[in-house]
Design a binder for this molecule. Structure first.
Ligand SMILES: Nc1ncnc2c1ncn2[C@@H]1O[C@H](COP(=O)(O)OP(=O)(O)O)[C@@H](O)[C@H]1O
Ligand SMILES: [Mg+2]
Length: 260
């Protein structure tokens, strides 16, 4: 099982778009994939057609230990792709657990017994580095960082990588930034190329070779209730996320090889 947090404290960088579409592409390759919505905005849950204002069970109840994690899971329109939904209630856990001992370990405790049967667990994180994100980082082994290549955001990236380092030292020794994903790439602008070259120079092989181009089909996709591979299978967005999934799996094979 590979556990991956899709994180960036900046909003609008394609965290949710990447979690949904990478997850769907992996599932369509036959992997058993679990998506966990950890953003109180519930964008990923809405994407799959859930009425997030009327969820009877969600990740909020899992944090509060009112239900088992398995009880919140729902099937999606994609085979092999399961979702743990969230809504605005989740924002409450930041306050409820603010002074609680062991508050960074809640998600790990709740998820561990339930996730072995998946090949991939992908966590869509909120746009902050608060308690929920730290809980995600304490549970996973890998962090993927989507970057919007239309803006220079290396300062934010440094802050994020420092946070990952702190969590690694204090709470989760196996944590690694395993991949940086160049998203919303606009080849018509010099800026996108410049940002890509800069991050490649700085972070080298951590940067995926697959680039996700700016594509209106991807922006339309959430309203369709489907991932891009079902909504617009021939679009550049579908091609880019399939390539990314391919590369993610290749890295898994490299990891296995190196352990032999
Ligand atoms: N490659 C892309 N091309 C066009 N629009 C995109 C692309 N990736 C994301 N978007 C759009 O950008 C906005 C922010 O993406 P989202 O995945 O919600 O970001 P985050 O989860 O980081 O806040 C959304 O409206 C989404 O549809
Ligand atoms: Mg989001």
């Amino acid at each position: 099982m590979r556990s991956i947090a899709i994180t960036n404290q900046k909003g609008g960088v394609a965290k949710t778009t990447t979690t949904v579409n990478l997850g769907a592409c992996l599932a369509q390759k036959g992997k058993r994939v679990l998506l966990v919505d950890l953003d109180p905005q519930g964008n990923m849950s809405s994407w799959f057609g859930l009425d997030i204002h009327n969820l009877t069970r969600s990740m909020y109840n899992v944090f509060l230990e009112e239900v088992y994690f398995e009880e919140v899971l729902v099937k999606t329109c994609v085979e092999n792709l399961t979702l743990a939904p969230s809504n605005v209630a989740l924002a409450g856990v930041e306050r409820i657990f603010a002074h609680e001992k062991g508050r960074d370990l809640i998600l790990r405790k709740r998820l561990h017994p339930a996730v072995d049967k998946y090949d991939y667990v992908l966590l869509d994180c909120p746009p902050s580095l608060g308690l929920i994100t730290v809980n995600a980082l304490t549970f996973v082994k890998e962090v993927f960082i989507p970057l919007e290549t239309k803006v220079l955001a290396l300062n934010g990236l440094v802050t994020l990588i420092n946070t990952v380092q702190v969590v690694k030292e204090r709470l989760n020794h196996s944590l690694e930034v395993a991949g940086i994903i160049a998203c919303r790439f606009d080849s018509r602008t010099n800026l996108s190329n410049e940002v890509y070259n800069q991050i490649k120079e700085r972070f080298k092989e951590k940067v995926f070779n697959s680039i996700v181009r700016e594509n209106t089909r991807l922006a339309e996709c959430p309203i369709s209730g489907k991932p891009i591979t079902l909504y617009a299978p021939d679009s550049p967005g579908a091609v880019d996320y399939k390539n990314l999934a391919e590369e993610v799996v290749e890295r898994e094979n490299l990891l296995k090889e190196s352990r032999k």
